[in-house]
Design a protein around this ligand. Structure first.
Ligand code: ZN
Length: 403
């Protein structure tokens, strides 16, 4: 079978990470027409993910129902979809849910925290990158975590003979039963999947599998999901406490800002564009908007990026509360998304300080108070510890001033 680079944007025939070319087969007709991906489990194995994840991803992106027949190794999406479209979607899945956010290597494993954050831990560079918590697949992954993760030793290249062992780890019998998606299954947030009988006990009644793909039905499913997502939103739930003035909805302006930043990055962002978007969303005065910007706008190049956004930040960071949000975003940026930046924390703080965005007193107060508001306690501590050199510098600058 033809095999291609897992990253199709890499044009190197010696690229280590290969996967089979996605194939499709249209079955049925009329209302029951569906697209089978006959080699989904081979692809999933190459990606070290359960086959249900890319299949679900297709369903979510296409607004279609999916059917996971693990026993007979059949992965099905309702409706007729051509192979090129699914291959493109697979690229998106790989980018969002497989590749390391820092080095783009596909050797990552999921790390699902107690607070239902999902990270990709990279085996190549050690970076930990968050997956998009607003994506519906993330909710699915949290509910259906990858089985026996520890046994997955990493990705296998095409010629590797230990694929079978890896496959067993991924598709192993210890995996939780995958409930079949009924007409209201996938998107119905109310379904407690543990109550659904094991799929193996069910007859394979393909013909009963009629899915309402009307726009109304798709909308209804999306609505149900967004209610469910409310609780897993990065800006929502526990983080929202004490901030009753803001709307922590999946559709909140903060969620929208974050999504917009992600989508617009490729075409290039600058402070004018970001300011226009923030104003359009009506959140230019909100401290949470600062949190989103300092967490989601900046990348590994944050030290260089801060000066290029200094006018935007100066306009938006107008109080101590705003500065705290700025630092909260920094905690997330270096603590969760780019752990390789931890040693750069003093430089980042210095950049904010030199641009007159961060005040000395606020920085000092932050540095001496560990908080669980933006990250877990351990990360919060780690980031503050890393800030030591900057805080010491502030103290010393104080002393020399007073002399
Ligand atoms: Zn990496």
């Amino acid at each position: 079978m033809a095999s291609i680079n897992i990253r199709r944007d890499v044009d190197d025939k010696f690229y280590r990470y290969k996967m089979p070319v996605l194939l499709t087969k249209i079955e049925g007709k009329g209302n029951g027409i569906k697209t089978v991906v006959p080699n989904m489990s081979d692809i999933a194995r190459a990606l070290a993910r359960p086959p249900s994840y890319p299949t679900k991803f297709f369903g979510i992106e296409l607004g279609a129902q999916v059917k996971l027949e693990e026993k007979s190794d059949r992965y099905i999406v309702s409706g007729a979809h051509d192979a090129a479209r699914l291959r493109d979607l697979l690229d998106v899945f790989i980018d969002k849910f497989v590749l390391c956010g820092a080095c783009k290597n596909p050797e990552t494993v999921y790390n699902i925290t107690k607070t239902d954050d999902v990270f990709r831990d990279c085996k190549a560079c050690g970076a930990r990158s968050a997956v998009d918590l607003r994506h519906k697949l993330t909710t699915y992954i949290i509910k259906n975590p990858p089985p026996v993760e520890k046994k997955i030793k990493g990705l296998k290249t095409g010629a590797d003979s230990s694929i079978a062992a890896n496959a067993e780890a991924i598709n192993g019998k210890s995996s939780p039963a995958e409930p079949e998606d009924g007409a209201d299954g996938q998107a119905n947030a109310e379904v407690d999947e543990s109550e659904i009988p094991d799929v193996a006990d069910r007859p394979d009644d393909d013909d009963d599998w009629a899915v309402d793909v009307s726009p109304e039905a798709v909308k209804a499913r999306e609505k149900a999901l967004s209610a469910q997502l409310k609780n897993s939103l990065i800006l929502g739930g526990q983080e929202g406490e004490g901030d009753g003035d803001d709307d922590d909805d999946a559709d909140s302006p903060y969620g929208q800002l974050k999504a917009w930043i992600g989508e617009s990055r490729e075409e290039g962002l600058d402070e004018k564009k970001v300011m226009a978007k923030v104003k359009e969303l009506g959140i230019e005065k909100k401290h949470k908007a600062v949190l989103v910007i300092s967490e989601a706008l900046f990348t590994e190049e944050v030290v260089k990026e801060i000066p290029t956004y200094s006018n935007l930040l100066k306009a938006m960071v107008t109080s101590e509360k705003h500065q705290k949000a700025l630092l909260g975003g920094l905690e997330r940026l270096v603590g969760l998304t780019y752990p390789s930046l931890i040693p750069a924390v003093p430089k980042i703080l210095m950049a904010y300080y030199q641009e007159d965005i961060l005040e000395e007193d606020v920085a000092k107060n932050w540095g001496t108070h560990v908080s669980k508001k933006y990250t877990d306690k351990e990360t919060s501590k780690k980031v503050r510890k890393a800030a030591g050199a900057f805080l010491t510098w502030l103290d010393e600058a104080d002393e020399s001033d007073s002399e």
